[in-house]
Design a protein around this ligand. Structure first.
Ligand code: ZN
Length: 342
């Protein structure tokens, strides 16, 4: 996919995160066997995306160190990066993130989630824990809809301060993996429902995070999880992994690997939906005991499918550029002809 030189220049602050990349095994199944699907991400950053040959997870490898990711989220660079990748001229308008409209939109979305997934689960005074709660809109909507108590975590101090002022809740100002043992103990088994909304792709160890959520939930408690389905995006947008990958997403999930991952962490999938555009997976899973049976998981077919989609999209993109190049050359020839003295 095309990116612009100006965009790359505006992303120069990202260079500090790109040094000392570390090779990793698949964080979901531990396999070291993978194939490279792409060598750069959106914004033109040089980073490999690979496909696990065993479980079909798509992940960055080698990738920035965990402490660099921590700095990326805590410093506000994440919001600057997003602004630029999404087309803003400058990344510095991070305060625009805390607009009333955005908060109200997220709050309405939280209320929708509560109506669709948490009715008959969350009632007044139950605890709902939103991991990676961002600016608190979702938790505000869930609280309004159900009357539950709310708690969450978020590494950004700006978000934590905003939530304290806006909702009167002192969230844990840390990344999910940075939750200290005493906080894990305080909330152990306390939440009737929890959520990971667009979070698992950002963390260093998604399995460890699912285990943290498992610990915070009460027996039989419910976890709502949401992530982009990379396969749906590639199919619908005719994109290769390079077109879709961004460095803030360390992993790309799809239905098979998502269900496998939840099951291996002792969550039983109760509902599996997509958003209106058919790209975001919305899953409600219930905490079950470790003794419950786990399905066998065969990834070979899905591994082939992702590889095929990736090369088809690359050919499709190359065709577009070839045609665009021809048109540009024809237009240039016309201009030259028009300008040249007859
Ligand atoms: Zn794997």
């Amino acid at each position: 996919m095309a990116y612009f030189k100006g965009q790359k220049r505006r992303l120069s602050f990202m260079e500090k995160y790109m040094t000392g990349l570390r090779p990793v095994d698949c964080p979901v199944c531990g396999s070291g066997k993978s194939t490279v699907l792409g060598a750069r991400s959106r914004g033109g950053l040089s980073i490999n995306s690979v496909l696990c040959a065993n479980c079909s997870l798509v992940y960055l490898n080698p990738k920035p160190l965990p402490e660099k990711y921590h700095e990326f989220y805590a410093s506000g660079d994440y919001r600057r990066f997003l602004n630029i990748v999404k087309g803003a001229k400058t990344g510095d308008d991070i305060n625009n993130f805390f607009t009333e409209k955005k908060f109200i939109d997220r709050k309405e979305y939280g209320a929708q989630i509560a109506r669709k997934y948490f009715s008959n689960i969350l009632v007044k005074d139950d605890l709902y824990f939103d991991f990676g709660c961002d600016s608190g809109g979702i938790m505000a909507g869930v609280r309004d809809e159900t009357g539950c108590r709310i708690m969450g975590n978020e590494p950004s101090r700006l978000c934590a301060d905003f939530i304290r002022e806006r909702l009167g809740v002192r969230i844990l100002c840390c990344g999910m993996e940075g939750m200290c043992d005493s906080d894990k103990e305080i909330y152990k088994g306390k939440a009737k429902a929890a959520s990971l909304i667009g979070v698992l792709e950002h963390v260093n160890d998604p399995i460890a995070c699912l285990n943290i959520a498992y610990g915070v939930l009460s027996d039989g408690g419910f976890l709502y999880v949401e992530s982009l389905d990379i396969l749906k995006r590639m199919e619908r947008n005719k994109e290769s992994v390079e077109d879709a990958a961004t460095i803030d997403h360390q992993y790309y999930f799809h239905e098979d690997v998502y269900k496998y991952m939840l099951r291996s962490c002792n969550f039983e999938v109760k509902r599996f939906d997509y958003d209106e555009k058919g790209k975001i997976m919305r899953v409600l899973a219930q905490k079950v005991g470790p003794e419950s049976p786990k399905n066998r998981f065969e990834a070979a077919e899905i591994v082939d499918r992702i590889s095929r989609l990736n090369s088809e999209a690359a050919r499709y993109q190359a065709g577009i550029f070839r045609r665009a190049g021809k048109k540009a050359a024809q237009a240039a020839r016309k201009v030259l002809k028009w300008k040249s003295p007859s």
